[in-house]
Design a protein around this ligand. Sequence first.
Ligand code: NAD
Length: 436
Amino acid sequence: MKIAMVGSGYVGLVSGACFADFGHDVVCIDKDQSKIDRLHDGVMPIYEPGLDSLVENNVRAGRLSFTTDLAEGIAGAGAIFIAVGTPSRRGDGHADLSFVHAVAREIGQSLSNDAVVVTKSTVPVGTGDEVERILAESGTPHRVAVVSNPEFLREGAAIGDFKRPDRIVIGAEDEFGREVMREVYRPLFLNESPILFVGRRTSELIKYAANAFLATKITFINEIADLCEKVGANVQDVARGIGMDNRIGAKFLHAGPGYGGSCFPKDTLALLKTAEDFESPVRIVEAVVKVNDSRKRAMGRKVLDALGGHDTARGKRVAMLGLTFKPNTDDMRDSPAIAVAQTLADAGVEITAFDPEGMEIAAPLMPEVEMKADPYAAIEGADAVVIVTEWDVFRALDLTRVKELAKAPVLVDLRNIYNPDDVREAGFHYTSVGRE
Ligand code: NAD
């Protein structure tokens, strides 16, 4: 089947390349000319492990191509996916649907055959109805079904997640939509991946409920970590102790600097707005958003404490290791590193940093930070070293070298990747999250 993917970012490009790998004929469309030019040159516009070879193989096999021309890209496609961004709308936190609506309008004006239009972007309940209205308004003579198919992939593990999903959710209102989606996901049907057919509004809400639940789990363990610090308990052991209960599960119970990234912050806010609009409050999620917001700057204050306190921090220097919101991505959207750096800079602290993939995108967002070419260059002369993102390269630092290079042996581990006894034995003043 020919598939068109409108929006070739983290989700669109990965999904498009994976569909091509399943054997479909895929065109990835983006309005960003430089992105498409880079893809034509074989250069990936984002960092995602394994994506370059997946794209290269499928381009070479003639199953994957790129264009900025939507009309040309969707011609003959049986399924047209919308995978454009839905950021928080400035001012009120609602999901900004202007990109989704613009694409729907363009599809309506350009459609040259019957097709299923699929929203893969994360969109609030009722967006499918609106897309359907926009398409009808365009006066297209072709048969169109609007389907919701939210994406659950994680950046950094996106290809594996897409090809071996925990489940695929499809929200369709008619048999035409369901039929085409069965064909799109046939290879995964054969793999026996669970596929859940539900109503369109239900599908839209599943995505927000899933992200809000995961954000809640993270925030819960973060507050338990704070309590552990006060009562002399160890949050990692608490997480293990509760995570072994199948009803709870071990994942998403890692205490740290608060959730960030391109999804949880904006999706929890958008869910609150939907709840407000429908006068059906989700108070747990309200609390989660508040707690997480304050946590990021609290982590900055934790670093100031390790430096000897706010009042003596001015003029000292901190080395931040890791800037992206999680490892194995270059995505800096809402990364906790930004708030940590701001808190330090506000206290007059100078900052050097190293991140394996994120520095190019981080540099304009964090003008107060001096980027360095490797972790040890960032550490040289620092009064404290802070692990902000748990990239593998930071898991086995040469602690002797760190001690030699740093001005003071102070290590703040916001991801709990070191064993406290080992680090203290190596002569460091060590602070982590939720552990003595
Ligand atoms: P992104 O910003 O990386 O990509 C969006 C792309 O859409 C950009 O390249 C942009 O140029 C393009 N675009 C915007 N308007 C367009 C138009 N009119 N025509 C053609 N292209 C257009 O965003 P993303 O991270 O891929 O997220 C896309 C959607 O998927 C969002 O709704 C997001 O919430 C959801 N999602 C993201 C993730 C993730 O991990 N990033 C996971 C699941 C779901």
